[in-house]
Design a binder for this molecule. Structure first.
Ligand code: NAD
Ligand code: UDP
Ligand code: UDP
Length: 313
């Protein structure tokens, strides 16, 4: 199915810019809408002048009237330091943003995909996390603006699906890293790489025994495109992540091994409030329904990301 008109909200961000590249390469017309809160024109500037690419400065908490065939709704800051900087705006982006994008999808009969998150599971009691797990989220903590906003967005997606018969696709993305992350993004992979390259202290929060499972961005993009193309009626939610689980301390050690010239040393800082202790996706559903599983190993993804940061710093 070539030459669809596709709206990507948050398209100038880390994940969104890679998605725009992929959709353009697949022959589609891409409308990228972004308010540049954490995203940058630079991430998509190589697409400027492309006849099938258009960039629109727009905040999705306000209505948007355009005509497209598909919508990928990615707009939302994803790094804890950024989403906690203006928590009210974060919730508005997830909730008002979802209402506006769903209202748009309803009017123009577009298929719509929501970039949800493993954060809907909160600090999980079951491990690895399956889609059937309802999660354990503190409604009044510092992470709630993001977690509860994303949970409410999922609710809205499923209610528009039931009430208005919208064709929805919901994916729950687990920790993703790669090129085009902002050097000041604040998430762990970019922080550690930037610190190591600049010979600054590696800031390990807590004792570093908390775990995450890291997915390289190219694997995620493949999964997103497959989900959008999946059979009619398959709504998800479906987990998208790499099941290879590491402690944050192991991640720090691995990055230091891959940057042998670094003079950085690890220092310990307090663990932020409500920081999940463990996280690993169960991706059985994605394997079965989409024939998808990640292919890029942590070391290979880290090497690419380190090369990127070497160039831009
Ligand atoms: P990012 O911060 O790089 O990108 C988010 C983009 O959304 C930015 O370009 C930002 O400017 C834009 N944005 C924010 N608020 C907006 C608004 N109100 N209107 C329009 N644009 C707005 O983060 P990312 O890692 O690329 O994340 C993309 C999406 O994927 C987010 O929805 C995030 O919640 C989800 N996600 C990402 C991860 C991950 O590990 N990268 C994990 C789970 C979920
Ligand atoms: N909306 C939009 N673009 C459209 C259609 C709707 O941004 O093309 C917004 C509109 O502002 C509305 C929201 O989507 O507030 C929800 O629309 P819906 O039709 O579901 O509800 P209603 O308009 O009845 O509030
Ligand atoms: N973390 C860390 N040092 C940093 C940034 C993050 O030790 O400089 C830890 C953080 O406490 C968490 C993990 O790394 O346990 C992943 O953090 P990130 O902000 O990347 O994502 P999230 O917590 O949303 O999964």
């Amino acid at each position: 199915m070539n030459n669809l008109r596709i709206l990507v909200t948050g398209g100038a961000g880390f994940v969104g810019s890679h998605l725009c590249d992929r959709l353009i390469a697949d022959g589609h017309e891409v409308l990228c809408a972004d308010n540049f809160f954490t995203g940058r024109k630079k991430n998509v500037e190589h697409l400027f002048g492309h006849p099938r690419f258009e960039l629109l400065r727009h905040d999705i908490t306000f209505p948007l009237f355009v005509e497209v065939d598909q919508i990928y709704n990615l707009a939302c800051p994803a790094s804890p330091i950024h989403y906690q900087h203006d928590p009210v705006q974060t919730t508005k982006t997830s909730v008002h943003g979802a209402i506006n994008m769903l209202g748009l999808a309803k009017r123009i009969h577009a298929k719509i995909l929501q970039a949800s998150t493993s954060e809907v599971y909160g600090d999980p009691e079951i491990h690895p996390q399956t889609e059937s797990y309802w999660g354990r989220v503190n409604t009044i903590g510092l992470r709630a603006c993001y977690d509860e906003g994303k949970r409410c967005a999922e609710t809205l997606f499923f209610d528009y699906h039931r009430q208005h018969k919208l064709d929805i696709k919901v994916i729950r993305i687990f920790n993703t890293y790669g090129t085009r992350m902002h050097p000041c993004d604040g998430r762990v992979v970019s922080n550690f790489i930037v610190q190591a390259l600049q010979n600054k202290d590696i800031t390990l929060y807590g004792d570093g025994s908390q775990t995450r499972s890291f997915q390289y961005v190219d694997d995620l993009i493949e999964g997103m495109v497959r989900m959008m193309a999946s059979e009619v009626g398959f709504t998800g939610p479906v987990n998208m992540g790499n099941p290879n689980e590491f402690t944050i301390k192991q991640l720090a050690e691995r990055i230091l091994q891959l940057i042998p010239e670094s003079g950085s040393k690890v220092i310990y800082e307090p663990l932020p409030m409500d920081d999940p202790k463990q996280r690993q996706p169960d991706i059985t559903l994605a394997r079965e329904k989409l024939g998808w599983s990640p292919t890029i190993k942590l070391d290979d993804g880290l090497v690419k990301t380190i090369e990127y940061f070497r160039k831009i710093l």
